[in-house]
Design a protein around this ligand. Structure first.
Ligand code: UD1
Length: 362
């Protein structure tokens, strides 16, 4: 079986790394499974891409499509145009896409129009918030894909409601958590740790990059002010490129918030694992904090990962700054819920996926 595996943006890399490792093990065990890795180039900064390949042991991609940044349509269009050429030149039995970024949707459309089957890893999750570009990517990808590897039974139900058959659905767990578990012994202190003399359990970690939180300067300033006033301890803020400009023009410079460049995977996991809590609008970070048992304050009104709230350590704070102040009080008083780990988030998801892939009749 020949597969093309797609990766484009930062949160894709920790999802594909364990799949590649599991394919390599299957090959050593004599299975006929070959993969070609395509990097769409959606993320191109070393700090958002190259460092993840190095730390997670991902082999160099066979091709980088060089899509780069742009509007939603520009970026999606560039990826589609370049991937169509690549797939025509290198036909395969199956295209495997992960997550919900523009690369996921763009490559799915291209593959299906070339009559190539598609498997979606992390299929079926829904925020039901059509203002998120990722929700549109999820809906389009899932309406076209042939096979779905899901992180929860809620995702299975979402897919069944739109007509997906049981035979297309595989609840396997979470490959992002495979990477987390596999790398816990390798995590390392970022340089900011000694620079500002951080103490374990006595700082927050902040990540923000959703257009709805960071693109509007007035809203972003209010958010920064509320975090700065409420935290009581240092807040380490690895600033995503999207957020950089608005952070640099804030008129009220935050006192507690310490900006740093985007961290590598091993540094970031070290920071969240040893923190008091995390404040975020990321999807993956909600999952990672749940598995690490670290309180997660999510600055969104909805989540496509409801198990991180119902089972894990995540709470949705939305846009209400009073709720944020209450959340800080709760964390600082040590009263946050303890949480548990969702079913099959056990570090062996990629192996399950590859076991299923080799048996697919394509
Ligand atoms: C993308 C994904 C989002 C994911 C996030 C993780 C979509 C629609 N969004 O959002 O789901 O959570 O990645 O990071 O696919 N930029 C750089 N260097 C880079 C890449 C981007 O400086 O290597 C800057 C550019 O100014 C660009 C902006 O960041 O315009 C946004 O990048 P883009 O890939 O469009 O979306 P993200 O916000 O990164």
């Amino acid at each position: 079986m020949k597969i093309t595996l797609i990766a484009g943006a930062r949160p894709n890399f920790m999802k594909i790394a364990p799949i590649i490792r599991a394919i390599e093990i299957a090959q050593k065990n004599g299975q006929e499974i070959h993969f070609r890795l395509v990097h769409t180039g959606q993320h191109y900064d070393d700090k958002l891409s190259k460092v993840f390949f190095e730390e997670l042991g991902i082999p160099e991609a066979q091709v980088n499509l060089g899509a780069g940044s742009g509007t939603q349509a520009e970026q999606t269009g560039k990826i589609m145009i370049e991937f169509e050429k690549d797939l025509i030149a290198n036909p395969v039995d199956l295209v495997v896409v992960v997550g919900d970024v523009n690369s996921t949707m763009a490559c799915t459309i291209v593959a299906k129009k070339l009559n190539t089957k598609v498997a979606h890893v992390e299929g079926g999750i829904r925020s039901f918030d059509m203002a998120m570009p990722e929700e549109i990517n999820r809906i389009v990808t899932d309406s076209l894909a042939d096979y779905f590897f899901t992180t929860s039974l809620v995702a299975n139900e979402n897919l069944k409601k739109t007509g997906t058959k049981d035979s297309q659905l595989f609840f396997v767990g979470n490959t992002m958590i495979d990477s987390l578990i596999a790398n816990l012994t390798k995590i390392r202190k970022p340089t900011i740790w000694d620079e500002v003399k951080l103490q374990a359990g006595n700082y927050f970690v902040l990540t923000l990059h959703r257009p709805s939180n960071v693109d509007d300067l007035t809203k972003f300033s209010k958010l920064m002010e509320s975090i700065d006033n409420g935290s009581g301890v240092p807040v380490i803020f690895p600033v995503h490129p999207r957020t950089r400009k608005n952070f640099s023009v804030l008129t009220n410079k935050p006192l507690n918030i310490i900006p740093v460049d985007p961290l590598s995977y091993l540094e970031f996991i070290y920071l969240i694992k040893n923190g008091k809590a995390v404040i975020t609008d990321s999807g993956g970070v909600q999952e990672e904090t749940t598995v690490l048992g670290i309180p997660c304050i999510t600055l969104r009104n909805n989540t496509e990962r409801p198990e991180t709230v119902s089972i894990g350590t995540n709470e949705m704070i939305g846009e209400n700054m009073d709720s944020l102040a209450d959340a800080f009080k709760k964390v600082n008083a040590g009263n946050w819920k303890k949480g548990a780990i969702p079913e099959l988030w056990d570090g062996r998801t990629a192996q399950r996926i590859v076991d299923i892939l080799v048996k697919l009749k394509l």
